[in-house]
Write a protein that binds this ligand. Structure first.
Ligand SMILES: C[S@@+](CC[C@H](N)C(=O)[O-])C[C@H]1O[C@@H](n2cnc3c(N)ncnc32)[C@H](O)[C@@H]1O
Length: 311
């Protein structure tokens, strides 16, 4: 294992991205993204704390625990952070855990800043931190387009898009998610930014049931954000979600809820995702991944994103 090569690359990346981030007032960003195949990690900087996750190695033996320990020590040394500021996670060994389950570590919430707003993240407790950094630009787009609109945030998770919509002057918002834990975090993120207001509503429901009801009640929204997980099954859900199979149905329901000039932002992290050709023919869609994908995520683009309007 060429640890020196890894350390050099990380040092070089840190110099580059720190300068890049400072110029843009960005405090949470990706520092290293599987640059060297022997070291298949994604390393993210969160205002002085570091979230590192190990991915499976293509065609190589997985890293063993001793190797991971050495890599962890190298990360702390290069980035000059104390031991407690590094959250180190191995995705492959936690295969049994789904993304939203606990890691077994106790929670250590941290408040970070993005775009002049505040968000609670937890680098330790779950596999994901509570703020998907690859959607930093998408959140900014939501803020730019939200003024005076009713905004619907589906699969709201910790409410990042809802906070940005409120900051952009949304007239009202509805955040829909199945999980009580995440709805609580959305509530706290809204509160942190001074948007704890009945106009910003939280609905704990299955998105499919919510959409059926909203279409029946002829609800209307000027902006909808649809960012589903690639797959999901939960005891609370009536059916299993597979974004490849289910996106036409989800998008069609959202289009029925849009005001005549309304816009739907749809994003997916599903690898090899293919947008349904029939949907492309029947609606006005525009892929905006070039705008939504931040520079620090271009080495391994994690998402694709589209805007849909009614034809
Ligand atoms: C990938 S995250 C969504 C990311 C989010 N839009 C963001 O950028 O912060 C997945 C979320 O979907 C929720 N979820 C999964 N299946 C669901 C369903 N059928 N109905 C409602 N929420 C669901 C989970 O509870 C979790 O909070």
């Amino acid at each position: 294992m060429d640890l020196a090569a890894f350390a050099n690359r990380l040092r070089k990346n840190q110099r580059h991205w720190r300068k890049w981030a400072r110029r843009r007032h960005i405090t949470c960003y990706r520092l290293y993204d599987r640059d060297i195949p022997e070291f298949p990690l994604a390393i993210d900087w969160y205002q002085g704390s570091v979230h590192a996750q190990v991915f499976a190695r293509k065609g190589l033996e997985p890293l063993d625990e001793a190797e991971e320990r050495l890599i962890g020590e190298k990360i702390r040394e290069v980035l000059q952070i104390p031991g407690h500021a590094l959250a180190f996670k191995t995705r492959q060994r936690q295969r049994g855990l789904n993304q939203y389950q606990k890691t077994g570590e106790s929670g250590r919430p941290l408040i970070v800043e993005e775009g002049g707003l505040r968000f609670e993240v937890d680098l330790y407790r779950y596999l994901d931190t509570g703020l998907f950094l690859d959607h930093r630009n998408t959140r900014a787009i939501v803020r730019e387009r939200a003024a005076g609109k009713r905004v619907l945030n589906l699969f709201a998770y910790t409410g990042g898009f809802s906070v940005y919509a409120a900051a952009g002057g949304a007239h009202a918002s509805v955040s829909v998610d199945l999980s009580n834990t995440y709805q609580d975090r959305t509530r706290r993120n809204l509160q942190l930014n001074g948007f704890a207001d009945p106009r910003h509503e939280l609905v704990r429901d299955d998105v499919f049931s919510y959409l059926d009801r909203a279409v029946r009640e002829r609800r209307q929204f000027g902006l909808i954000v649809l960012d589903p997980p690639s797959f999901s099954n939960s005891k609370k859900m009536l059916e299993i979600l597979d974004v490849q199979r289910d996106h036409p149905r989800l998008i069609e329901a959202c289009l029925r809820l849009l005001t005549p000039s309304g816009e739907l932002i749809f994003s997916t992290n599903r690898r090899q995702f293919k947008l349904d050709p029939a949907l492309e023919a029947q609606t006005r869609s525009e892929e905006i991944t070039r705008q939504t994908l931040p520079e620090d995520f271009q080495r391994h683009p994690p998402h694709r994103c589209w805007i849909f309007r009614n034809a």
